[in-house]
Design a protein around this ligand. Structure first.
Ligand code: BES
Ligand code: MN
Ligand code: ZN
Length: 508
C-alpha cells in the first residue's frame, strides 16, 4: 500500500540560522518562550514577544500560529506551538504538541520543516524517547489509508500538495545526536508496524480474508527471513481443533492457522508467544448481530493485525528475542452449515464447549490457538483480541482490558503500556466468576451472561492457558475508531513492542 512518506533527520543547529520552509518552536501558556522560541525572539528583536502580547497566541496546549517572514530568521515560516502549562508538560502533552504541530504543517505550504520540540524538557524522558515519539506521532498523524476511490485530477493534485516531506528534529547538544539517531530508528520501526496494523484493519473484509492475512504473513517472512507456516483446514482437523473449526464452518472462505517465528534471541531461550484473534468478519453467525455498524466487524481481525504489525516492528529492529506469533483466522458467517446455538464442540484440549451464542466466537478460535501454543514451551503467552463489547462498556476507548493468570506478567504489560502511551487496565479474573460458564451439556458454555462479559470471556480463555504464564488483552475499545474518524489505530503494537524490547533488554 502506498502512503505519504516523511523523511526524518537529526539536526543540531541554531534556530534562527536554520534554512527550511518552517521551524517549529514551543510557547508555554504563561507566554513563556521555550529556548528555541527565545532564540527566534532575540534574532527578530522581540517579534515573538510582541505577537504574544497582542494576544494572537496564548500558548494553550495544541494551539498553533504560523508566522511568515520573521525578521532575522532564515526559514520562511515559524510555527509557534502551544505547550500548555509548563509544570503540566509531561509525555502526553509532549505528544499532543507534536501532533498539533504536524497537523498545522499539513495545511501549510511547507514541504520541509525543522522541529525544536524534542528539545523541550520533559520530566525523566530521554532524548531517545522524545525523538522516537516525535517520529511515531508524526507518522500516526499523517497516516492516510489509500482508499479505492475514483479520483478526479483535482483531488490527486490536492493529495500531492499536502504534507511535509522532510522533518528535521533538532537536539540541543551535539553529544545527543547519537541517542537521537537511535530514537529515530526506534520510532520508524514502530511506525511501520503500526501502519501495517492500521492498513490490515482498514481493508474491506472482501479483500482482507484469512487467505489474505496468510499471504501477508508469508510476505513478511520472506522480507525479513522469518519462518512462517500456514496450516490449512485439513491440518486443523488432524490436530482436533474442533472449536476453531466450529466457527469457520459457516463460511466459504477457508480458515488458516498462521504460525510465524522470529528467533533472534539466544538459542534455547523460551519464546514469548503472541496469539491474535483473526476474525476477518464477524456477522455473529446464527446468533446474528443487529445491522447497525455491522461493517465495523471487519475490524475483528485487529488482534491478528497487531501481531503482524508487531512482527514487522521487531523484525525492523532485529530485536534479539525469541518471539512466536500464532494467528487463528476465519470468518464468522450464518449458513446452512453454520454452528447452531446448542451445538457442542470438542476443543483441541479435549474440553467440550456448549455454544450458547455463536457470536461469542473469538474465544472459540483462541482456545485452540492457546492449546497449540503449548508446544513452544513459552516463557509467556499474550493473546490480543477484539473480544467483547462489554470491555468497551467497562473501559471506553482509552485503555485495553488486561487479564492475566500471573501478576508479574500483568505488571510488565501495564508498565509497557504506560511507557508506550498505549495503556491497558488490569481487570479482575477471580475464580468467583468461573461458575458463570457452567453448562449442563458440556465442560463449559461459551458465554457467561451479560454481567461482567469481558471477565467471563477472559475466564473462558484462562481454562486453556493453565500450562504457562498468560495474559489477555481485550482491544475491542482501542483497536479502531468509529464515526467521522473511522479507522484502525494500530494499537496495541506500541504496548507489545515496548513489552518485547524490555524483555530483550533484560535477557542481555
Ligand atoms: N467481535 C465481537 C466483540 C466486539 C463487539 C468488539 C463490538 C467490538 C465491538 C465478539 O465476537 C462478540 O460478538 N462478542 C459478544 C459476546 C457475547 C455474545 C457474549 C459481545 O461482546 O456482544
Ligand atoms: Mn462475535
Ligand atoms: Zn468477534
Amino acid at each position: 500500500m502506498k502512503h505519504n512518506t516523511m523523511e526524518f533527520s537529526i539536526k543540531n543547529g541554531a534556530t534562527e540560522k536554520q534554512r527550511s520552509d518552517c521551524v517549529i518552536v514551543g510557547v508555554y501558556e504563561s507566554r513563556k518562550l521555550s529556548r528555541a522560541a527565545q532564540d527566534i525572539d532575540e534574532a527578530s528583536s522581540g517579534y515573538i514577544e510582541n505577537i504574544l502580547k497582542r494576544g494572537d497566541m496564548d500558548g494553550k496546549l495544541e494551539a498553533s500560529l504560523m508566522l511568515h517572514s520573521v525578521p532575522g530568521v532564515l526559514s520562511e515560516r515559524v510555527l509557534l506551538v502551544g505547550l500548555g502549562k509548563e509544570q503540566d508538560f509531561t509525555e502526553t502533552q509532549y505528544c499532543k504538541a507534536v501532533r498539533a504541530s504536524v497537523k498545522a504543517l499539513a495545511t501549510s505550504g511547507a514541504s520541509d520543516a525543522v522541529s525544536y520540540l524534542a528539545e523541550l524538557p520533559v520530566k525523566e524522558l530521554s532524548v531517545r524517547w522524545k525523538v522516537a515519539h516525535m517520529v511515531e506521532v508524526s507518522l500516526d498523524a499523517t497516516y492516510r489509508f489509500d482508499a479505492p476511490k475514483r479520483k478526479s485530477d483535482e483531488s490527486k493534485k490536492e493529495q500531492k500538495k499536502k504534507g511535509v516531506e522532510k522533518l528535521g528534529i533538532n537536539v540541543t547538544q551535539s553529544s545527543e545526536v547519537k541517542e537521537a539517531e537511535a530514537g529515530l530508528t526506534d520510532g520508524q520501526a514502530l511506525a511501520k508496524g503500526v501502519s501495517l496494523t492500521k492498513d490490515l484493519g482498514n481493508l474491506p473484509p472482501n479483500v482482507c480474508t484469512p487467505t489474505y492475512l496468510a499471504e501477508q504473513a508469508v510476505a513478511l517472512g520472506k522480507k525479513y527471513g522469518l519462518k512462517v507456516e500456514v496450516l490449512e483446514r485439513s491440518e486443523l482437523k488432524k490436530m482436533g481443533m474442533g472449536s476453531f473449526l466450529g466457527v469457520t464452518q459457516g463460511s466459504e472462505e477457508p480458515p488458516k492457522l498462521i504460525v510465524m517465528q522470529h528467533l533472534k534471541g539466544k538459542k534455547g531461550q523460551k519464546p514469548v508467544v503472541l496469539v491474535g484473534k483473526g476474525i476477518t468478519f464477524d456477522t455473529g453467525g446464527i446468533s446474528i448481530k443487529p445491522g447497525a455498524e455491522m461493517d465495523e466487524m471487519k475490524y475483528d481481525m485487529c488482534g491478528a493485525a497487531s501481531v503482524l504489525g508487531t512482527f514487522k516492528t521487531i523484525a525492523e529492529m532485529d530485536l534479539p528475542l525469541n518471539v512466536i506469533g500464532v494467528i487463528p483466522t476465519c470468518e464468522n458467517m450464518p449458513d446452512g452449515r453454520a454452528t447452531r446455538p446448542g451445538d457442542v464442540l470438542t476443543s483441541m484440549s479435549g474440553l467440550t464447549i456448549e455454544v450458547l451464542n455463536t457470536d461469542a466466537e473469538g474465544r472459540l478460535i483462541l482456545c485452540d490457538a492457546l492449546t497449540y501454543a503449548e508446544r513452544f514451551e513459552p516463557s509467556a503467552v499474550v493473546d490480543i483480541a477484539t473480544l467483547t463489547g462489554a470491555c468497551v462498556i467497562a473501559l471506553g476507548h482509552h485503555a485495553s482490558g488486561l487479564f492475566s493468570n500471573n501478576d508479574d506478567l500483568a505488571k510488565e504489560l501495564l508498565r509497557a503500556g504506560e511507557a508506550a502511551l498505549d495503556r491497558a487496565w488490569h481487570m479482575p479474573m477471580w475464580d468467583d466468576y468461573q461458575p458463570l460458564l457452567d453448562s449442563n451439556f458440556a465442560d463449559m458454555a461459551n458465554i457467561g451472561g451479560r454481567a461482567g462479559g469481558s471477565i467471563t470471556a477472559a475466564c473462558f480463555l484462562s481454562r486453556f492457558a493453565k500450562k504457562y504464564e498468560w495474559a489477555h488483552l481485550d482491544i475491542a475499545g482501542t483497536a479502531w475508531k468509529s464515526g467521522k474518524e473511522k479507522g484502525g489505530t494500530g494499537r496495541p503494537v506500541p504496548l507489545l513492542t515496548e513489552f518485547l524490547v524490555a524483555r530483550a533488554n533484560s535477557a542481555k
